[in-house]
Write a protein that binds this ligand. Structure first.
Ligand SMILES: Nc1ncnc2c1ncn2[C@@H]1O[C@H](COP(=O)(O)OP(=O)(O)O)[C@@H](O)[C@H]1O
Ligand SMILES: [Mg+2]
Length: 262
């Protein structure tokens, strides 16, 4: 005597639940009738099931990774107009988007004046890193410094440093817009030293390297920080016009091309 299809169906649903194959559990009936309609071979049916569950798990992982990363906006490489910013090495950006630099614990520094797309690229590369399976955290340099200083005052510096050392890619946005307090510069050095050759850091900054002494309020410390950051690193220097100004000019709010800085 054969087992009733209803019983088998219930047993399969229970098995899928216990194995945490939730997408298959939800879609079981649709997948079964699709397989019957298309007269699938056993091989093709099994292949369909696995592909379906793997892509569902990947989608969930990416959604979770993006929420953990705390990106301030949704920006992608597809939305980035490389024609507007010809100084950008597009090939390097595409290479960075594969996430290989993270496997090698290399750093990335994006230099450029305001409005040229540094934050946009930083978010887009962070997203690509999540898709490639890496843990990512996005933080503004100012917020990071404030968090470290607060943690130190509360006697919890080590805990906070561990939090910021953990992600495989730490994106630090807008370093140099505000100069650091002396103490903050030391805390930042500790973070950079701990991440050095262990995990990747991507920094966006409006300051050329020669100005970092002024940013950190100390030439020796700035040199020690730069030494570690730049040792295994990729640098992108963006020269060009602000995308924000271009949009304003289009709208007739600004008339002339602003003089280029530097
Ligand atoms: N080349 C570009 N293509 C598309 N959007 C851009 C480009 N450059 C900048 N933007 C947009 O212009 C705005 C300012 O860019 P942002 O990345 O914040 O500049 P930055 O961080 O260099 O000051 C953002 O909304 C960004 O998405
Ligand atoms: Mg920015």
């Amino acid at each position: 005597m054969t087992t009733s299809p209803t019983l088998v169906r219930a047993r399969i649903a229970e098995g899928l639940r216990r194995l945490h194959l939730s997408s298959l559990e939800e879609r079981l009936d649709a997948l079964l009738s699709d397989a019957a309609r298309r007269e699938m071979t056993f091989l093709d049916f099994l292949d369909t099931l696995l592909t379906e569950e793997l892509s569902s798990k990947q989608r969930k992982r990416v959604t979770m990774g993006i929420s953990i990363a705390h990106f301030p906006a949704i920006k992608t490489l597809e939305e980035f107009d490389f024609k507007f910013q010809p100084s950008i090495d597009q090939k390097l950006v595409r290479e960075l988007a594969t996430g290989r630099f993270i496997a090698n614990a290399e750093n990335v520094v994006l230099f450029g004046p305001p409005g040229v797309g540094k934050t946009h690229l930083a978010i887009a590369l962070g997203r690509a890193a999540v898709e490639a399976g890496h843990s990512v955290l996005f933080e503004s340099a100012t917020a990071l410094l404030a968090a470290l200083a607060r943690a130190e005052a509360d006697g919890k510096l080590d805990e906070k440093l561990r939090f910021y050392v953990k992600p495989k890619l730490l994106v630090l946005d807008e370093l140099g817009y505000l100069p650091f307090e002396r103490r903050s510069a030391h805390l930042f050095f500790q973070l950079v030293a701990r991440r050095y050759e262990r995990a990747s850091t991507l920094i966006t900054t409006n300051q050329v390297v020669t100005q970092w002494g002024a940013v950190f309020g100390d030439e020796v410390l700035a040199a020690a920080i730069l030494d570690r950051l730049l040792h295994h690193s990729h640098t992108l220097v963006i020269q060009g016009e602000s995308f924000r100004l271009k949009q304003k000019r289009k709208a007739g709010l600004v008339n002339t091309v602003p003089p280029r800085a530097g």
